[in-house]
Design a protein around this ligand. Structure first.
Ligand SMILES: [Zn+2]
Length: 101
């Protein structure tokens, strides 16, 4: 696993805000804004989005915006939740072990 903390290219700050952009028919986009100098740091286009703590309804609304599925959606939500919690834990451990936290 390779993990990086994103830095502002302009001022090297590690403090950012995420601006979530939703437009009909387009992939959801996350704009990362520097919290210090307000520069755009990065943009991500997503086909899936998991917001921890928002619950099943929020996750389902996002999923439905992108596709229909015959799968057991509650099971898929729980798998997504567990996968992202595990990834978050792994990323924090990796940052810590590399002295980046
Ligand atoms: Zn900055």
């Amino acid at each position: 696993m390779e993990v990086h903390r994103q830095k502002c290219q302009n001022c090297e700050s590690l403090e950012h805000n995420n601006l979530i952009v939703r437009q009909p028919g387009k992939p959801q986009t996350i704009l990362v804004r520097c919290a210090k100098c307000q520069d755009l740091v990065a943009a991500y286009q997503l086909d899936t989005y998991y917001h921890h703590g928002k619950g099943f309804e929020s996750w389902l609304a996002n999923l439905k915006a992108h596709r229909e599925s015959g799968r057991d959606l509650m099971k898929e939500f729980q798998e997504t939740q567990q996968r992202n919690l595990k990834l978050y834990k792994d990323v924090l451990e990796t940052l810590h072990s590399e002295g980046k936290d």
